[in-house]
Design a binder for this molecule. Structure first.
Ligand SMILES: Cc1cc2nc3c(=O)[nH]c(=O)nc-3n(C[C@H](O)[C@H](O)[C@H](O)COP(=O)(O)OP(=O)(O)OC[C@H]3O[C@@H](n4cnc5c(N)ncnc54)[C@H](O)[C@@H]3O)c2cc1C
Length: 248
């Protein structure tokens, strides 16, 4: 599905700002014109300077489609960035922000589509995957799902408590975490970049995935998708979303 071109901008109100990690915050927006979305879709935000200069960026929905009226975006601060530092350093509850969406087609999952579902995320690439997990729970789905998630350090794991909470009670959910640039004492999980062993291990537990969603930086997604196909999953099952040039 092509990106809609006539989708209208609306002015959303920031209702809540939450600190996820030292470099990541979530922003909950109240939308006056709520359009149903699918987990995995994204929204555009647009900032306008007093001189009229505008900057626009895309951010994936982090919340479940079921949280009607309230949309959560999770934004990682790029130190030399134009838009993300503005959100981190300036935006507070009560502020108005221009936003449009939902946007995006193939990178979406609905509980009615079933699984098994393999999710592979690097850094903030976990955001749309979180929307899928939240949707799965809100829909009462017991679709088997594995999340292979690569973060730099323990402190950089976005949604850590939520993910551990789901893993503790949901036997159909498998969390495979790898910390590539430092880990706490006693850490028993992976410490290397996502590789064939990690993907094959997840598939061994999950069964052959019907849908695979890989999200993160360009390099991360390229590598993850290649590993999934090399593990024997048909390329038609693999969907990718690329956030940017570098990163995790
Ligand atoms: C469909 C889609 C969904 C996205 N969803 C999210 C999301 O949920 N959360 C989120 O935090 N970001 C997301 N992004 C990335 C986001 O759109 C911006 O690119 C990012 O916030 C940087 O914008 P900026 O204005 O702060 O930095 P810019 O001014 O655009 O760039 C500043 C510097 O950072 C580099 N850079 C830009 N993007 C990245 C990146 N992703 N990784 C590493 N370096 C980068 C640039 O090369 C440049 O050197 C998404 C991107 C796409 C295309």
């Amino acid at each position: 599905m092509a990106t809609p071109t006539r989708i209208a901008w609306q002015t959303a109100t920031v209702e809540r700002v939450s600190v996820e990690t030292p470099t990541v915050k979530s922003f909950a927006f109240r939308l006056p014109d709520w359009q149903p979305f699918r987990a995995g879709q994204h929204f555009d935000v647009r900032l306008t300077a007093p001189d009229g200069y505008q900057a626009q960026r895309s951010y994936s929905a982090a919340s479940a489609p079921e949280s009607e009226g309230l949309l959560e975006l999770t934004i990682e601060k790029m130190p030399d960035g134009e838009v993300s530092p503005y959100f981190h350093d300036v935006v507070v509850p009560g502020d108005a922000v221009e936003l449009r969406g939902p946007i995006g087609g193939p990178f979406t999952w609905s509980a009615t589509a079933g699984g098994p579902l393999l999710l592979v995320g690097g850094g903030s690439g976990v955001v749309p995957l979180m929307s899928m997990l939240r949707h799965r729970r809100a829909a009462g789905s017991d679709t088997p799902v594995a999340l292979v998630y690569s973060a730099r350090t323990w402190a950089d794991v976005i949604y850590r408590d939520v993910l551990e909470g789901i893993a503790a009670v949901d036997l159909a959910f498998r969390l495979v975490l790898t910390l590539t640039r430092g880990h706490p004492d006693g850490w028993a999980g992976h410490t290397r970049r996502v590789d064939a062993g990690m993907i094959e291990g997840a598939i061994a537990v999950l069964g052959r995935p019907r849908y695979v969603f890989c999200c993160g930086s360009d390099g991360f997604v390229e590598n993850a998708a290649n590993l999934v196909v090399a593990a024997g999953v048909g390329p038609e099952a693999v969907r990718t979303e690329r956030f940017g040039p570098t990163g995790q």
